[in-house]
Design a protein around this ligand. Structure first.
Ligand SMILES: NC(=O)C1=CN([C@@H]2O[C@H](COP(=O)(O)OP(=O)(O)OC[C@H]3O[C@@H](n4cnc5c(N)ncnc54)[C@H](OP(=O)(O)O)[C@@H]3O)[C@@H](O)[C@H]2O)C=CC1
Ligand SMILES: O=C(O)C1=N[C@H](C(=O)O)C[C@H](O)C1
Length: 268
């Protein structure tokens, strides 16, 4: 049996992941944590999911969970993920990270951990979005930046705390790779007031937040007289949870390194 631990087990994604592990063939739940002092700590994990007592309380000792697991899955917060990355490195536990919004130093913690254990890190664990990354890169490489403007739109639920979404930034990276430029030299993450006309070659972002939208992303290639739009719309978080479980099964036994969902899905 593969022992999977879930940090952030009471969150929107965390609860879905616990359910996927409990239903998954050959998988055992080694436990789940929330941050110390969190409301869910001490509650029974099964009862938290509304499926009856499991006899497994939500913990807050992340290091013990890493030590007890073959692989740990993290959909928490950027600051928590940076700490969890250090624990993955210390305990040499395989680590799957879907958390977005990481600052440069937090990303550095992940990269550091990946020198000591196998880490899968992806801003979006769905098959559809990972295919979209490849399509966007190909289309961007084919279209002249002087003629086609790239704009990336995303909409998410009202609870999301980071912007633009990790996926939107990933789509921006894919477009920039296609054009052979560095994303941070061309991105326009916000526009306000007298911005002046659009600069050729820029990659723009627009962020919408509201309701219970699971995750919509569109990349627009706009020219005079026509527009190409490549979109992905998630209607259930299960696509992310199933992707994360697939990554967890894949990463166990791999040498230390930073892997992407494209590696997991064989799209690299
Ligand atoms: N890669 C992908 O495919 C996807 C990525 N995401 C990303 O996953 C992350 C989580 O999203 P979502 O589930 O909606 O968010 P939630 O806020 O619902 O869940 C996060 C959970 O992690 C908990 N948490 C915070 N700090 C710690 C800690 N130190 N130890 C353990 N648990 C902690 C939170 O507790 P508390 O509320 O008390 O802080 C909360 O219960 C986001 O960054 C989101 O962008 C989401 C969907 C798909
Ligand atoms: O916070 C979310 O919900 C999601 N976050 C990810 C992101 O930032 O791209 C992936 C997905 O769109 C849902």
């Amino acid at each position: 049996m593969t022992k999977i631990g879930i940090v952030g087990c009471a969150g929107r994604m965390g609860q879905m992941l616990v359910a996927e592990v409990l239903n998954g063939e050959g998988l055992a739940l080694s436990g789940g944590t929330e941050r110390p002092g969190g409301d869910a700590v001490g509650r029974d994990l099964g009862e938290l999911l509304g499926r009856g007592r499991l006899g497994l309380p939500v913990g807050s000792d992340a290091k013990a969970l890493f030590a007890a697991s073959d692989v740990v899955i993290d959909f928490t917060s950027a600051s928590a993920a940076a700490i969890h990355a250090q624990l993955a490195a210390e305990t040499r536990t395989a680590y799957v990270v879907g958390t977005t919004g990481l600052a440069a130093d937090q990303e550095a913690s992940l990269r550091q951990a990946a020198t000591r254990t196998a880490v899968v890190w992806a801003p979006n664990m769905s098959v559809g979005v990972n295919l979209l990354f490849s399509l966007v890169e190909q289309v961007a490489a084919l279209l002249d930046p002087a003629t086609y403007d790239i704009e990336i739109l995303e909409m998410h639920h009202r609870h999301k705390v980071d912007a633009p979404s990790g996926t939107a930034l990933g789509l921006g990276q894919a477009a920039a790779r296609g054009r052979d430029v560095a994303l941070d030299s061309v991105w326009q993450k916000t526009r306000d007031g007298l911005t002046g006309p659009r600069k050729a070659g820029d990659i723009g972002f627009a962020t919408l937040r509201g309701g219970d939208v699971v995750g919509d992303h569109t990349v627009v290639f706009a020219a005079d007289g026509e527009r190409i739009e490549l979109s992905h719309k998630a209607s259930s978080r299960q696509i992310f949870a199933k992707g994360a479980i697939r990554a967890a099964r894949w990463v166990i036994g791999r040498p230390p390194g930073l892997y992407s969902m494209k590696d997991v899905l064989g799209l690299a």
